[in-house]
Ligand binder design. Structure first.
Ligand code: HEC
Length: 219
């Protein structure tokens, strides 16, 4: 058979391709299976965090920020443990990014606080001299889209079996909004902006609160 193949270059090329493709699959497929396994203790995003993640994507924060710490000493010294695939098991879509104009945010929840984010989002230069990050004043005025986040959480629960409990993800929208509002109120205690306080007192959730809930969850 090999003699025959050697005399037929086209079939030889096909044979070679199939052999290498098979070897490649044997290496790659177990990796995919591993990647979809969550790390121990990983929690799905709460509805509020999911709304915040959507704001992060909408504002295109990932154009300047990655969320993927590489296994190099210079990175682990600065950001903490390098990222592992199982940490992203509930990320749909993931927010790894590919550009670092600003620092990596994969574990920003370990070293920045709610009040720090409040000041920084309003006026980055006022907090970090010479910062080239733009300010985001509208996040303090606009209301977070909890309905879409709720629909998204329900969808991943149904489609991908993301393990939400009934308390985290109630069966009706009004109850879900109450869960998100409770979480938002706890965060808003550390926010001084009068617009935010007023909105929260009126049972509305400004975008900044959802975004900070998301940033605080990055650990
Ligand atoms: C034009 C690029 C750019 C965009 C867009 C941008 N940032 Fe930044 N960001 C930076 C730079 C540069 C820094 C470092 C200086 C500083 O802290 O302000 C930074 C710092 C940060 C930090 C502090 C991180 C740390 O470890 O100190 C956070 C948090 C952050 N950005 C969040 C965001 C969020 C959330 C958005 C989207 C709403 C965003 N950034 C959009 C460039 C950007």
């Amino acid at each position: 058979m090999f003699h025959w193949l050697e005399k037929h270059p086209f079939f030889f090329a096909v044979f070679l391709f199939v052999t290498i493709a098979f070897a490649g699959l044997v290496e790659i497929i177990p990796g995919f299976a591993q990647a979809s396994r969550p790390v121990v203790g990983l929690q799905p995003y709460t509805i509020l965090q999911l709304a915040g993640k959507n704001i992060y994507l909408k504002e295109n924060c990932n154009a300047c920020h990655s969320q993927l710490i590489r296994p190099f000493k210079s990175e682990t010294d600065r950001y903490g443990h390098f990222s592992i695939s199982g940490e992203f098991a509930y990320d749909r879509p993931f927010t790894w990014g590919s550009k670092r104009t600003g620092p990596d945010l994969a574990r920003v929840g370990n070293f920045r606080t709610t009040d720090w984010h409040e000041a920084h989002m309003k006026d980055p230069q006022g907090v970090v001299g010479g910062s080239i990050m733009p300010p985001y004043p509208w996040l303090f005025k606009k209301k977070a889209d909890i309905e879409t986040a709720y629909a998204e959480a329900l969808t991943v629960k149904l489609a991908f079996k993301t393990p939400y409990t009934d308390a985290q993800l109630p069966a009706d929208l009004e109850a879900a909004k109450a869960v998100a509002l409770n979480e938002a109120k706890a965060i808003a205690k550390d926010i001084k902006d009068p617009d935010v306080t007023k909105a929260i007192d009126g049972n509305e959730i400004p975008e900044i609160v959802a975004l900070i809930a998301y940033l605080n969850s990055r650990k």
